[in-house]
Design a protein around this ligand. Structure first.
Ligand code: MG
Ligand code: MG
Length: 595
């Protein structure tokens, strides 16, 4: 295996003062930083102080950035630009850094003349070389005359100066759809710096796209494994450095944000074959889901045909089962109304735990009783506890001898974890990298109380959906705040709905308008309207599903039937379910299920 590359992060990625950012980058294990000039300008620390602080934290300053609007200008502007550069080199000397990023000019003064650009960059490189420094020239996607990396490389090659090379930024290259393969033809020693950013594919202008929506590798739609592979194949041996401008990360606590950033690089390095991590074992299913709720969840599960099959040996929690569906009900927890934990069955729980640790997932301390299984667990970004189980966890429960009446439930189909908006992208990366789940494309839908963003992360037997209300602000909150649900699979949703309703299950009532529209659009199976069962179909099959009222403040249960190879989660029906939840609460639902 080739040597592990060094890693760096641009200070502009993180929130806070420069001192906050440096501490967070060091704590997350980065080797170095790109120092964003504005972070220095607002700092009370002198450049020499920053140099000492970085050294104390074990961080190198790998790049000073950015120097704007330099090349291809009239002679008087060029002379002024060289004076500007001399001052920057003084600052860099005090910082102890030797590489400055020069991004292609956006100035109206700039002239479309490669020879002039090369000549002026050569003069700048001369000045840098005298100071033992070097220039990394980057094509901005919105540069006035230079907007592609191949163009920037032509100019650098024309200038032919040892202190002048290119900086490659994945966003500027991939956002414009430029083919990264020709990077392989650039001599590695002329690639002075590499900046990595992912992004969702958005049909918008590249400047606001870059400024607001960059993401860490693995969170967006760009193929950064292929991109970085080309750069390494060219012979680049500098750091893999993150440069991500993102509205959420610029506001978020820099400490977890830096960990998230570093996790993205660890996963990228693994995909490039330059970092050895314990491989993700196959996950064979949902071992159980734990709901922390006010008293009431047990009664709802009973009405769905579940039996209370076990009582925990030491904790106030009960195990409810039907088929292969297992729900641990914790009615005494501090946080009322949440899927407090989910447990996934792994073919190698110990290796799953080692992988989680290697990917910087917080491994949670666990108090272990004398007869209790030693379950490793990690905290997901939103605090959900994820257990990695074999099959010995059931020994923790004393059997009650009760058996399920049964209403056709076979197992857990998926668990829906709404995410605080700030954790949405982070959560997808977490589940993808730590557990080897595959994210689906992001969908957005208009719900009664605002837009909701949704994506699934799934493997064959383990499926999670991550929903998030967009920019949730203000006091008016008629929706269930961050609703979560456990969805059970069944083979006949209509029969299950009938049996459960007869047993007193608090199932939602779906309005006639929904069925009038559905029947006008699609040839649907009979009985949906009668049983308030929702319907969806895709290219692979059909989906029937229905939901209960809330158990507590946030959590409800869903029952789903997949017909054929349906791959979705009925997201199209989420708005009608949300409105039905509110109608149910307003109709004076039983006290334990109302909000
Ligand atoms: Mg850049
Ligand atoms: Mg669902």
């Amino acid at each position: 295996m080739p040597p592990e590359p060094r890693t760096a992060i641009a200070t502009v990625c993180l929130s806070g003062t420069l001192e906050d950012k440096l501490a967070a980058a060091a704590a997350a294990g980065f080797d170095g930083v790109e120092l964003f000039e504005n972070d220095l300008l607002v700092s009370p620390s002198s450049p020499a102080d920053i140099r000492r602080r970085c050294a104390g934290l074990g961080l190198s300053i790998d790049l000073y950035q950015p120097f704007r609007d330099f090349e291809a200008v009239p002679p008087d502007v060029h002379a002024a630009n060289l004076r500007r550069a001399a001052h920057k080199f003084d600052v860099m000397a005090q910082l102890g850094t030797d590489t400055v990023l020069v991004c292609s000019s956006v100035s109206p003064d700039a002239i479309d003349d490669d020879e002039l650009a090369a000549e002026q960059l050569r003069a700048l490189a001369d000045l840098a070389q005298q100071r033992g420094m070097r220039i990394a020239y980057e094509a901005l996607a919105w540069g006035r005359h230079v907007s592609g990396y191949e163009h920037a490389w032509r100019i650098v090659r024309r200038a032919a100066h040892p202190a002048l090379g290119v900086c490659l930024d994945s966003f500027h290259i991939l956002s414009k759809g430029h083919d990264p393969a020709p990077i392989r033809a650039i001599p590695g020693e002329k690639i002075f710096f590499l900046q990595l950013a992912d992004a969702p594919r958005l049909p918008m202008d590249v400047l606001p796209w870059s400024r607001h929506h960059r993401l860490f590798p693995g969170q967006g739609d760009f193929d950064l494994t292929a991109f970085t592979g080309h750069v390494l194949a060219a012979g680049y041996r500098g750091p893999l450095s993150l440069e991500v401008f993102n509205d959420v990360y610029r506001q978020a606590d820099p400490r977890p944000a830096a960990v998230d950033a570093r996790r993205s690089l660890l996963a990228l390095e693994e995909s490039l074959g330059v970092r050895d991590l314990p491989a993700a074992p196959r996950l064979t299913g949902h071992a159980f889901a734990e709901v922390v709720t006010d008293p009431g969840a047990g009664a709802i599960l009973a009405s769905l045909g579940f039996a209370r099959t076990g009582v925990h040996r030491t904790k106030p929690v009960q195990l409810w089962e039907q088929g292969e569906a297992r729900v641990v009900v914790n009615e005494g927890g501090a946080a009322h109304g949440a899927v407090g934990a989910l447990a996934v069955a792994s073919t190698d729980p110990a290796r799953s735990a080692r992988r989680a640790e290697a990917l910087l997932a917080p491994v949670l301390p666990r108090v272990r009783g004398p007869r209790e299984a030693d379950l490793a667990s990690v905290a997901a970004p939103d605090g959900t506890q994820v257990f990695l189980c074999g099959d010995d966890w059931r020994d923790d429960f004393v059997p009650t001898g009760e058996t399920a009446a049964g209403a056709g439930i076979l197992g857990i189909d998926h668990v829906a974890l709404s995410q605080p908006f700030d954790h949405f992208d982070e959560a997808a990366l977490f589940y993808r990298s730590v557990f080897g789940l595959t994210p689906s494309p992001v969908a957005e839908f208009a719900a009664p109380f605002g837009l909701v963003r949704s994506r699934a992360v799934a493997a064959e037997e383990v499926r999670l959906t991550l929903d998030s209300a967009l920019v949730r602000r203000g006091e008016w909150a008629p929706a269930v705040p961050e609703p979560q649900h456990v969805a059970f699979a069944c083979a006949d949703a209509l029969a299950a709905a009938a049996a459960m309703r007869a047993a007193g299950a608090p199932l939602l009532t779906i309005p006639a308008n929904y069925y009038d529209d559905l029947e006008a659009r699609l040839d649907v199976p009979p009985g949906l309207r009668e049983h308030s069962v929702l319907y969806d179909r895709d290219d692979h099959g059909e989906y029937l599903h229905f939901a209960t009222a809330l158990a507590g403040t946030r959590v409800f249960f869903e029952v789903v039937q997949r017909i054929g190879g349906y791959r979705g989660y009925g997201v199209v029906n989420a708005p009608v379910r949300m409105a039905a939840h509110r109608a149910h609460r307003r109709a004076g639902a039983p006290a334990k299920t109302a909000v």
